[in-house]
Each structure stands twice: as C-alpha cells, then as structure tokens.
Design a protein around this ligand. Structure first.
Ligand code: MD5
Ligand code: FE
Length: 203
C-alpha cells in the first residue's frame, strides 16, 4: 500500500519485506568493513545512533561539522561500495513513489538501540534538493516525527515498522524530522536494534 503523508512524502508500507534478507546481508557486509560507530556532533555531544556508510560519499559529523566525504574517517579508506541489491532497491522504491531515475551515491546506515533517538533536524548537506531521499526501516518499530519547514511547527507522529519504506522529495525534502526514543524489544531478524537505510544523492 502507498499512503501520502504530506505533499512529497510517500509511505510504502512493507515495500522492503520480501527483500529484508538481502538488505540485512548488505548491512552486515558494509559494517564488517566500516564498523558502526557513534559520531560526535559539532557541539561535542556523542550521537545515540550508531552509523556507518557505503557508496561514493559518506555522511560524517565531528568537531569540524556535518559533511559528506569519500573516505571513512575511522580507516581513512574509501567507504565500502554500495551493494548492488541496495542500490537497485532504492531505485525501485523511488520509482514506486513517483521519483524515477534516482541514482543514490550515498547510503547511511543508522543503528538505533533501545534509548537511541534522533532530534528534529533537516537534511541539507546534499548539493541538489531536487533529488529525493529513500528511507528503509528494518527491525524494531519506532515513532517517526514529521514536521514542517520551520523547527517550531508541531510535528505529526508516524509509526514505522520492519519493511516500511518512506520516500521524501519535492516540497517534503527540507521538512524537519526526527525519531523518538527507541523502546526496548527484540526483533527476530535484528535483535535489539532498528536499522534505517537512508539513500541520498549527495553530489
Ligand atoms: C531515520 N534518518 O529514521 C531517518 C530516516 C537521518 C535521518 O533522518 O538524517 O539520518 S530519513 C528521514 C527524512 C529524510 C529527509 C526528509 C525527511 C525525512 N522529511 O521531510 O521528513 O533514521
Ligand atoms: Fe534526517
């Protein structure tokens, strides 16, 4: 099923369900080379979400700021290549949501453990905001917050479960959003974890 949250945001419920094995295998492959790590914000806080990346560009944060870069700062080596299954999946999801021709050069892997959250923010480190973002939820469920173009607009709450995919584009691309604190739980495929794959065109 396909629901429209607000203009430009499309929820594809369980769109990834038939492919979770390949997606999780891709996560395992990438994180074996580029381990999940909790990065520091420019303000000096440690993020509660553990992250890794694959593709030509990886999103990083440290005392110098937020940015994309081609190397993993932990290894100083290029990020692992984006597994074909992940790249193809992102393109199919974007197509299904009405954004044909999506060619992501970056996939951020977010790992939320119980207690982890992501505060309201905009994704604006990318060069071209006309490109959509594809987000895949795997494992434990969470409540997503979907706000406006200004931080002070009250966000709506959207529950996201294993296999759900959301595509954000057009007028939704720069909306504030966040993830509420992950509750304790066990998922048969991921254990005590929610993974989110965020596919973006950074350059
Ligand atoms: C997550 N990750 O569930 C989310 C999924 C991040 C992040 O927010 O930056 O790593 S991406 C959700 C998103 C992206 C772009 C626009 C909007 C939401 N939006 O308009 O609400 O780990
Ligand atoms: Fe974001």
């Amino acid at each position: 099923t396909c629901e429209s949250l607000m203009e430009g945001a499309v929820v594809l419920r369980q769109f990834a369900l038939a492919e979770t094995d390949q997606l999780l295998a891709g996560i395992r492959q990438v994180t074996a080379q580029a381990p999940l790590r909790q990065m520091k914000t420019p303000g000096g806080h440690t993020m509660s979400v553990a992250m890794s990346c694959c593709g030509e560009q990886g999103w990083v944060t440290d005392s110098r700021g937020y940015r994309y870069q081609p190397e993993d700062p932990v290894s100083d080596q290029p990020w692992p290549a984006m597994p074909e299954a992940l790249y193809r999946f992102a393109g199919r999801a974007a197509d299904a949501a009405g954004f044909p021709g999506f060619e992501p050069d970056s996939c951020l892997i977010n790992c939320y453990r119980p207690g982890a959250k992501m505060g309201l923010h905009q994704d604006r480190d990318e060069q071209d905001f006309s490109q959509p973002i594809v987000s895949v939820s795997l494992g434990l469920p969470v409540v997503f917050q979907f706000g406006g173009l200004k931080r002070n607009e009250r966000p709506i709450k959207v529950p996201l479960a294993h296999g759900d995919v959301v595509v954000w584009g057009g007028p939704a691309r720069l909306r504030y959003h966040g993830v509420l604190t992950l509750k304790a739980g066990e998922h048969p495929l991921t254990g005590a974890c929610r993974y989110n794959l965020t596919f973006r065109r950074a350059r």
